[in-house]
Design a protein around this ligand. Structure first.
Ligand code: IMP
Length: 178
């Protein structure tokens, strides 16, 4: 088996490049169909989703825009604790059909904090497309409309996802070897 070492951990192949390409094409085709005539705006959350976003966006044939943002989280003074702000979100979203692109919805914490920020800008609609979801890890009320793969609650790297900064460039998905 072609294992890879990232920092101190060994990872084994999990989802192949071919499987990923095929699934992303299917997702892209579905989104393309659903958003015909709606001029959607995709918001890709950096860093993790840049590869998924690049592949998915090239499957879109209808008029569509894409923007890239970074989320910075800090302890807010509200009772809910963490507040998330988006760096780089200059586009007007009012009346727009927004699709958030994420690498993985794990606990759902990031998106549950970020979605209200988008909603404040009064989009016409908001959906989420994630390359991966870990249903067993979900702790927040986040619904992922378009899911590439549902995976077990194990740590993965590759296809944009990192382990402490490394592994994003692996073209397939790897999971921790036992
Ligand atoms: P959440 O807020 O718990 O849903 O986590 C979302 C973020 O955690 C993702 O955008 C990833 O950056 C990171 N993450 C969660 N699980 C993994 C994993 O298995 N590998 C790499 N990054 C992960």
């Amino acid at each position: 088996m072609n294992t890879v070492q990232v920092h101190d951990k060994v990872f084994k192949p999990f989802i192949s490049r071919e499987q990923i390409q095929e699934r992303v094409k299917e997702l892209g085709a579905q989104i393309d169909k659903d958003y015909a005539g709606l001029n959607p705006i995709f918001i890709s959350i950096l860093n993790g989703s840049f590869i998924f976003a690049a592949d998915l966006f090239r499957c879109i044939t209808v008029d569509a825009e894409i923007s890239f943002i970074k989320l910075a989280s800090y302890k807010g003074t509200t009772s809910t604790g963490n507040v998330v702000t988006a760096i780089g979100m200059e586009e007007r979203l009012e009346g727009r059909h927004v699709v958030i692109l994420e690498d993985i919805v794990d606990t759902g914490k990031t998106l549950s904090a970020f979605i209200p920020e988008i909603m404040q800008r009064h989009p016409a609609s908001l959906k989420i497309a994630a390359f991966l979801t870990k249903p067993e890890a979900l702790q927040h009320d986040v619904y992922t409309d378009y899911v590439g793969f549902e995976i077990p609650n194990n740590f993965v790297v590759g296809y944009g996802l990192d382990y402490d900064g490394l592994g994003r460039n692996l073209p397939e998905l790897y999971t921790l070897a036992d």
